[in-house]
Design a protein around this ligand. Structure first.
Ligand code: UFG
Length: 347
């Protein structure tokens, strides 16, 4: 069975491609390399010993995407391509709407034309907005607080309409919590452009000496130690969640959303302590103001994914920290790609 993976060269994409190949799937990768490099794909090939087809193609390029569908017999799509920086989406909303919405629209139109109706979509816990309570389950009210989040929400809505119009579609909306960590080989990992926005890559870069100190965004949240609590999930567990969702979409019709998280929350202080414990590195930090738009506590109820997909996250926080550091210390310059200067944090 051939699976088209959009955004396959990125952080989550490369780990997902590796798991797909190891599980015996044939894959076709499409990526415009806006926030990734072919180096990750070379490493996927080395680690698996398997070949696959890669197109350096933008989803917005309808003609080029048509070629991908004509040249390959695709059975299902895992759609990960998209811009993902919250802050950038606030500054450049049209860029986000154009890229994320139109890219998905082009993809779904081509899928419909070519009768490929199985899709796993990379959504986000961001679609729960400022949720009032935890753990968050899939039936919680949905909202968005920024343009990035709205693109995820609107794509979910678009896919629901698509399914309503044609029940031959089979769609899994995967709502990721906070993916961190790296492949245990130390060869695949997260390689953000510029200064990282997210906690774990910031911590690893402080440990590596590239950044001076971590700024902790607020210590007055109603949490155990006042710092923000999140549901961190190992990227390999997350990648395996995509395979479980894929099995589901190819074996039954419908549209379902699934939380991919561990169901456990850790504070920023707890993350620092775990990282220091397993790596022996000291993390200097300073407490600053809250980051605008942040919530205090966010963690999932992942039981629907366990019940319906047979998936649970297996890796704990120490393994996440250890693997993140293994990747960072083996690859101090990431994949050493030419990094775009104008737009940061795009994938
Ligand atoms: N944090 C710091 N300092 C930093 C970075 C983060 O203290 O330098 C704190 C945040 O305040 C938060 C926690 O660390 O409490 C995690 O922050 P991240 O930026 O790593 O992750 P977020 O939960 O804020 O955001 C993530 C994704 C978004 C997604 C959101 C909601 O990056 O794309 O989850 O699902 F929208």
């Amino acid at each position: 069975m051939a699976v088209l993976v959009t955004g396959g060269a990125g952080y989550i994409g490369s780990h997902t491609c590796l798991e797909l190949l190891n599980a015996g799937y044939e894959i076709v990768v499409v990526d415009n390399l806006a926030n990734s490099s072919t180096e990750s794909l070379k490493r996927v090939q080395e680690l698996t010993g398997k070949d696959f087809t890669f197109y350096q193609t933008d989803l917005l390029d309808q003609e080029a995407m048509e070629v991908v569908f004509k040249q390959n017999k695709i059975d299902a799509v895992i759609h990960l391509a998209g811009f993902k920086s919250v802050g950038e989406s606030v500054r450049l909303p049209l860029r986000y709407y154009h890229n994320n919405m139109t890219g998905t629209l082009v993809l779904c139109q081509l899928m419909q034309e070519h009768a490929v109706k199985n899709i796993v979509f990379s959504s986000s816990a961001t679609v729960y907005g400022m949720s009032d309570s935890v753990p968050i389950s899939e039936d919680f009210p949905l909202s968005a607080t920024n343009a990035y989040g709205r693109t995820k929400l609107m794509i979910e809505e678009m896919m629901k309409d698509l399914y309503e119009s044609d029940p031959e579609w089979s769609i899994a909306l995967l709502r990721y919590f906070n993916p961190i960590g790296a492949h245990s080989s130390g060869k695949l990992g997260e390689d953000p452009n510029g200064i990282p926005n997210n906690l774990m890559p910031y911590i690893t870069q402080v440990a590596a000496g590239g950044l001076n100190e971590l700024h902790i965004y607020g210590s007055d949240y109603p949490t155990r130690d006042g710092t923000g609590v999140r549901d961190y999930i190992h990227v390999v567990d997350l990648a395996r969640g995509h395979l479980k969702a894929l099995e589901k979409v190819v074996s039954s019709k419908g549209i379902e959303a699934y939380n991919l998280g561990t169901g456990r929350g850790y504070s920023v202080m707890e993350m620092i302590a775990s990282f220091e414990k397993v790596t022996g590195q000291r993390i200097s930090y300073r407490i600053t103001d809250r980051r605008p738009g942040d919530i205090g506590v966010c963690y999932s109820d992942p039981s629907k994914a366990e019940r319906e997909l047979g998936w649970v996250a297996l890796k704990g926080i120490e393994e996440m920290c250890r693997d993140a550091w293994h990747w960072q210390s083996n690859n101090p310059q990431g994949y050493q790609k030419e990094k775009p200067i104008l737009f940061t944090g795009i994938s």
